[in-house]
Design a protein around this ligand. Structure first.
Ligand code: SAM
Length: 197
């Protein structure tokens, strides 16, 4: 018999050892609760990493279908292995490509953006056409480990400062976007939920 908890534990250990960023536990709880409360049927995830969040989402509802995109080959292969080890390959479709190059026609009740943080606006604009009329776009890491609340001069690295500026731009983009109602949650690493008006 498959020991789900042992497999989940080993995925987390792998992420830790190999510096693979995966969603924090309370972020995942928020995401899975949202799925259950809103009767989400299908999810599009941008940024699979090694499949942890996709697997956690799939495990809350046996009817949920997930399509998830990853551009890093090593992580994609690890995700494939993890998904198969839990027999979830029929419900989690893994796409190995850069999300900007993927053509998807299907509609999803939930789009979860968890990829390159500087590209959030572009991901949002590219995939909003794939959202159902009562769907939501959820984005993770809006606090970016607390750095988004810091003063710019406190952040030493130039690249990191540029990244934080991009995350702030995304937050402003969401606030100004009149097609969506966006709520911000101080959960995990900072989460937004944008629902179509
Ligand atoms: N959602 C995962 C979880 O919680 O288990 C974590 C995803 S990790 C934060 C972000 C991933 O997005 C990385 O593995 C990275 O390679 C991938 N990524 C970044 N930009 C991407 C792009 N343009 N297309 C596809 N994947 C991308």
């Amino acid at each position: 018999m498959v020991d789900i908890y042992a497999i989940l534990r080993s995925i987390k250990e792998y992420a830790d050892k190999n510096n693979v960023p995966i969603m924090m536990d309370d972020g995942i709880d928020f995401l899975t609760t949202y799925i259950l409360k809103n009767h989400v049927k299908n999810v599009l995830e941008i940024g699979t990493a090694i499949g942890y969040s996709a697997i956690k989402m799939a495990l809350v509802d046996p009817n949920l279908k997930i399509t998830t995109i990853e551009r890093d080959e090593g992580r994609y292969l690890e995700a494939l292995k993890n998904i198969k080890s839990l027999g979830l390959e029929d419900r989690i479709t893994l796409i190995y490509n850069d999300a900007f190059l993927v053509k998807i026609e299907d509609k999803f009740d939930l789009i979860f953006i968890d990829a390159a943080k500087a590209q959030n606006i572009k991901f949002f604009q590219m995939f909003e056409k794939n959202l159902t009329s009562n769907g939501a776009i959820i984005t993770d890491n809006l606090k970016f480990h607390g750095l988004v609340d810091k003063k710019e001069e406190e952040i030493k690295s130039k690249n990191l400062r540029a990244l934080i500026r991009k995350i702030k731009d995304y937050i402003e983009f969401l606030k100004a976007n009149t097609k969506y109602d966006t709520e911000f949650f101080d959960i995990g690493d900072g989460i937004s939920v944008s629902t179509k008006k």
